[in-house]
Design a binder for this molecule. Structure first.
Ligand code: VGL
Ligand code: ZN
Length: 210
């Protein structure tokens, strides 16, 4: 497939806390860094996202007494929220984009998940499915209409971002070999089913012409 000047690459949450050694390490998250750097060079427009939580965030198991990360949930005002280890605390080293990520021409870094009582997997809509991040307006104003997603995690922030992107009218592709999953029970299967129903194509980085 040929890239167009109106394409954008969205690199989701390539932060130290999600990489091996971090509190919410995604298996092989580090393996995709060189490929992401190489793919980004082929895009004129690159947007990076950063999960960016305040202390006491609703998604932290530590914010709720007796709750365990990964397996336990809480009922938020907007519905069921999965709980995680503390991660991507605003201003910490672990919240920084990984130092091996090398995309100096990235045009925007979008932070999300900064409201204490609302998590935000998606780069477009927070988990209440109402609060917007402003990204859709930014992309429309810049006339970027085709979106390619890579990064972490396939079954959470990458998946939710691509699904919302498609729902908002952007033609959306997920670069599967440049993403890795948290893989809680059923999450990958659920993500793949949503990609099918939203018309999101899973592609390989090799299929993008250079
Ligand atoms: C993510 C869980 C919690 C992600 C962020 O980037 O996929 N997952 N916060
Ligand atoms: Zn998070």
């Amino acid at each position: 497939m040929e890239l167009r000047p109106t394409d954008a690459l969205l690199i989701i949450d390539m932060q130290s806390d999600f990489l091996p050694g971090g509190p919410l390490a995604v298996a092989e998250g580090d393996v995709i860094i060189p490929g992401i750097n190489a793919l980004a060079q082929r895009f004129e427009h690159v947007i990076l996202t950063q999960d960016w939580h305040p202390a006491g965030h609703i998604s932290f198991a530590s914010s709720h007494t007796g709750k365990q990360p990964f397996t336990d949930t809480v009922q938020a005002a907007y519905g069921t929220q999965t709980l995680w280890p503390d991660h991507c605390l605003q201003g910490t080293r672990g919240a920084e984009l990984h130092p091996d990520l090398n995309i100096p021409h990235a045009e925007m870094i979008l932070r999300k998940g900064f409201r204490r009582d609302i998590d935000s997997y998606s780069a477009f809509l927070e988990n209440d499915k109402i609060t917007g991040t402003g990204l859709a307006g930014y992309l429309r104003e810049r006339k970027l209409n085709r979106l390619f997603f890579a990064g972490l995690a396939y079954d959470f922030c990458v998946g939710f971002s691509a699904i919302d992107g498609a729902k908002l009218g952007f033609e959306s592709f997920v670069v599967e070999d440049l993403s890795r999953a948290v893989a809680l029970p059923g999450t990958i299967e659920n993500t793949n089913a949503c990609f099918v129903s939203e018309g999101i194509q899973r592609i390989s980085s090799a299929s993008i012409a250079s």
